[in-house]
Design a protein around this ligand. Structure first.
Ligand code: FAD
Length: 356
């Protein structure tokens, strides 16, 4: 069991921002803190994003602290652009990410330390920064009859571009950015597309001002403060209206239907007797926080979420969650990384180590 001051789990935007700030205040990588990540390459979840999600299509990627992402070609896949940028970043700051290392569980240990069990041995840490994102926990809604469907059902996280949908009748479920972007790519090659969402989608005209951003983040923050599971920031900001979306709406691709009642062997059907035949159902239904490894710490409230004060778990001051809830955006992750380090430094400076 190796003793360190801080373990950072996850080397996406949130984990790297935290590592940057830890180093900046004097913690030495691989001596005072370690960054662990189970993915094969640098890039966090970006390395898995589908090839047709070009850098030009991502909206509002904020650079990591201390190094700009300059001259990126908007036509290149975002997985390559951001993966390459994170790789350069880790090297430039000597962050020495340990990968692939999966964190299996975090437990309360003796001497006030947290025991971090991994696929490559254990760490005893005085504080933890959890930055594990959501990519590892795609959310699949359940519908009656799903198991009877004769076609293909997949989650948007497994989408690899429109070719696989050529000539198919496709039902796309979900009202977020992924649903809209994937639907717009699929529609020109599919035999037919149907879009269903729980709530009518809200398209936002004009730029998203700082004030609106703050208000949206405050809404998510409120849920987290109450110990409820966070909602995505996009769920409260609405979808930005772009030229491509405007065209898709005019052509009818973004005509939306309410949620169907059930899945049938040949498609989906509504309570009023309507049905649509389908070969493929694509669930662009989002993700949940990938925090199962924290279960032994019993941080969850009866509402299902972790009650937070800033980035700190209120049930355990040694545990910080960054990129969680209100900080689940690239800018939010940057800020959360800095805030977590400030808080942890205060905690560790103020708590002399107990001998074990
Ligand atoms: P991630 O990038 O998911 O990194 C988490 C890391 O933790 C991963 O590398 C993973 O391997 C690792 N990990 C997870 N579990 C474990 C474990 N048990 N042990 C070890 N390692 C583990 N935000 C924006 O601001 N602008 C955008 O344009 C934008 N576009 C998006 C497009 C899509 C399709 C999606 C899904 C999200 C988008 N977001 C966007 C949100 C974006 O994902 C976040 O802003 C940010 O990139 C998340 O960073 P993160 O560090 O929290 O998580």
């Amino acid at each position: 069991m190796r003793k360190v001051e801080v373990v950072v789990i996850g080397a996406g935007q949130a984990g790297l921002a935290a590592a940057f700030h830890l180093q900046r205040v004097g913690y030495v990588p691989d001596r005072d803190f370690v960054v662990l990540d189970h993915s094969p390459r640098p890039g966090g979840a970006w390395q898995f994003r589908w090839p047709t999600l070009t850098y030009g299509k991502v909206h509002g990627m904020h650079a990591l602290p201390g190094m700009e992402l300059a001259d990126a070609d908007p036509r290149r896949p975002s997985s390559e652009v951001i993966g390459g940028y994170f790789d350069s970043y880790e090297r430039a700051f000597g962050l020495r990410v340990h990968r692939p290392v999966r964190v299996l569980a975090v437990r309360d240990g003796s001497g006030g330390r947290l025991l971090v069990e991994t696929s490559e041995g254990g760490y005893a840490a005085r504080a933890l920064i959890n930055a594990t994102g959501t990519w590892d926990r795609p959310f699949w809604p359940r519908f009656p009859g799903q198991e009877t469907f004769l076609g293909r059902q997949l989650h948007s996280s497994r989408y690899e571009g429109p070719e696989a949908f050529r000539g198919s009748r496709v039902v796309v479920v979900g009202g977020g950015t992924s649903a809209v972007q994937q639907l717009m790519e699929i529609a020109p090659v599919a035999a037919a597309t149907t879009w269903v969402t729980r709530r009518p989608p809200v398209f936002r005209e004009g730029p998203f001002g700082e004030e609106q951003g703050r208000a949206a983040v405050a809404l998510v923050e409120q849920r987290v403060r109450e110990g409820l599971p966070p909602r995505s920031v996009v769920s409260v900001t609405g979808l930005p209206m772009t030229e491509a979306i405007r065209r898709a709406r005019e052509s009818g691709v973004l005509e939306r239907l309410p949620m169907f009642e059930q899945v049938t062997p040949g498609g989906v059907s509504w309570a009023d007797g309507r049905d649509v035949e389908a070969d493929t159902i694509l669930y662009a239904t989002g993700f949940r926080a990938a925090i199962d490894h924290l279960a032994p710490l019993r941080l969850r409230e009866p509402g299902g979420g972790i009650r937070m004060g800033g980035t700190r778990a209120l049930r355990d001051a040694r545990v910080h969650l960054v990129g969680y809830g209100p900080s689940a955006s690239t800018i939010g992750a940057n800020r959360a990384g800095r805030a977590a380090v400030r808080d942890i430094r205060r905690l560790l400076d103020g708590t002399p180590e107990t001998q074990t």
